[in-house]
Design a protein around this ligand. Structure first.
Ligand code: MRU
Length: 348
C-alpha cells in the first residue's frame, strides 16, 4: 500500500484527506480531539472502521490536552471528549466501540495517575489501529474462498484501505483473491452523492492494478440481468444482532437486485462493526447529511434553488438478502442471530 489512511507520527495524527482524492494526495495534521472530530464530521476520513480508529486517537489526543492531574476532573473531561467524538456520525457503531474501549482502559488504569493514563490511552489507540489492519487481512484470508476465479464482482461505496486503518474489508477480500492469483474483475458503483466509489474505490483498485470498471449506480440492475455480475460484496457500518446490515445508501437496492437475480450478496466487516445491543435493523440510527451533497457537484449547483431534498447517508439491508457475513473470526452463515452471538460471545 503506497498510502496510509491515518498515521501517528511525531506525536501527531496525520489523516489522508479523502475529500481531495483522487486528484490530490494530501494529509491533514491533528493535534487536538476537536480537529479529529471535525475531520470525521466533514468526511476527511470516512468508512466505519477508519472513523473508529480516528476516534480512538481523538480520545488519546483529548487526554493529552487536559491540564488537570486530578483523576476525577480528568475522568469528567474524558467523558466530555467521548461524547463529542461519538456524536460526530451516528450510524457506524465503530466510533462507539472504539470510544467505549478507550474509556474502559482509562477506567481500569485510573489508579496509576493521569500522566500514566495519558500514555496508556495513546498505546491503546495504536493497538486499535494495528488490530484493524490484522482483522482486515484475516477477513481477506477467510473471504477470498468465496470468490471464484474469473468472476466479476460488484462493490458499492468504499470499503477499502481508505475506509479502514489499511487493506480494507470488502476490498480486502477482493485484494486477497487477487493476491492468490485469481483473475477477477470489479464493477465499481460510483456511489452518489458523495462518490466514494468513483473517487476512492476506483483509485484504490487502479493503484493495485486490479481490473475494474466504473458504473453509475443505476446500471447495476441491467448488468445483473445480462449475467455480467457474479457476486456482490460490500462493507457495513453496523450489523444488528439479527444480521440486518446498515451500509451506504443504495446497498439495500443492490441486495434486492441480487436476490431477484440469484446472485450471492456478501457483507465483509470486522467484529467491531457488530452491535449485539441493537436487535434489528430498524433500530439503527441513520445519518442524514446536508442537502448540498445532492444539489451541488464540486461546488456547482445541479438542481433548482430551493428544491426539497432528502439525503440519508445509509440504508438497512434485511438479513434475508445476505448470503454470508465475512469477519476476521470466520464466515458467518445463516442463521445470523446465533452465528453472530457465537463469534462475539464464544463463551455463552
Ligand atoms: O459515509 P461513509 O463514506 O463513511 O460510508 C462508508 C460506508 O458505507 C462503507 O461501506 C462502510 O463504512 C464499510 S467500510 C469498511
Amino acid at each position: 500500500m503506497t498510502f496510509k489512511t491515518l498515521e501517528w507520527k511525531n506525536d501527531q495524527l496525520f489523516i489522508l484527506d479523502q475529500t481531495r482524492l483522487p486528484l490530490v494526495e494530501s494529509y491533514i495534521k491533528c493535534t487536538t480531539y476537536q480537529r479529529v472530530a471535525r475531520a470525521i464530521k466533514k468526511m476527511v476520513i470516512r468508512g466505519a472502521p477508519a472513523i473508529g480508529v480516528a476516534a480512538a486517537f481523538g480520545m488519546a489526543l483529548g487526554a493529552r490536552q487536559t491540564k488537570t492531574r486530578n483523576p476525577l476532573f480528568f475522568r469528567r473531561e474524558l467523558l466530555k471528549i467521548a461524547n463529542i467524538l461519538t456524536t460526530t456520525r451516528p450510524t457506524a457503531v465503530n466510533i462507539l466501540w472504539a470510544v467505549e474501549r478507550m474509556k474502559r482502559v482509562a477506567e481500569e488504569n485510573s489508579k496509576k495517575g493521569v500522566p500514566a493514563v495519558q500514555e496508556i490511552l495513546l498505546q491503546e489507540a495504536l493497538r486499535i489501529l494495528k488490530e484493524d489492519i490484522q482483522a482486515n487481512r484475516q477477513m481477506g484470508k477467510h473471504g477470498q474462498i468465496l470468490i471464484p476465479a474469473g468472476c466479476s464482482i460488484l462493490t458499492h461505496c468504499n470499503a477499502g484501505a481508505l475506509a479502514t486503518a489499511g487493506y480494507g474489508t470488502a476490498l480486502g477480500v477482493i485484494r486477497a483473491a487477487a493476491e492468490t492469483g485469481k483473475r477477477i474483475h470489479v464493477f465499481v458503483d460510483e456511489t452518489r452523492p458523495f462518490l466514494q466509489g468513483s473517487r476512492l474505490t476506483a483509485w484504490e483498485l487502479m493503484k493495485d492494478r486490479i481490473p475494474c470498471t466504473l458504473i453509475a449506480d443505476n446500471m447495476a440492475g441491467a448488468l445483473m440481468a445480462q449475467g455480467k455480475i457474479h457476486l456482490t460484496i460490500v462493507g457495513a457500518d453496523r450489523i444488528a444482532a439479527n444480521g440486518d446490515v446498515a451500509n451506504k445508501i443504495g446497498t439495500y437496492s443492490l441486495a434486492r437486485l441480487c436476490h431477484v437475480h440469484h446472485i450471492p450478496f456478501y457483507v465483509a466487516a470486522p467484529t467491531s462493526t457488530i452491535d449485539l445491543s441493537t436487535k434489528s435493523g430498524e433500530k439503527i440510527p441513520i445519518e442524514h447529511r446536508s442537502p448540498l451533497e445532492i444539489t451541488r457537484l464540486q461546488g456547482r449547483p445541479i438542481a433548482p434553488p430551493g428544491v426539497k431534498v432528502l439525503n440519508p447517508a445509509f440504508d438497512v439491508t434485511p438479513n434475508r438478502f445476505i448470503r454470508a457475513i465475512i469477519t476476521e473470526k470466520g464466515i458467518v452463515a445463516k442463521p445470523f442471530k446465533s452465528g453472530l452471538k457465537k463469534i462475539i460471545l464464544p463463551e455463552n
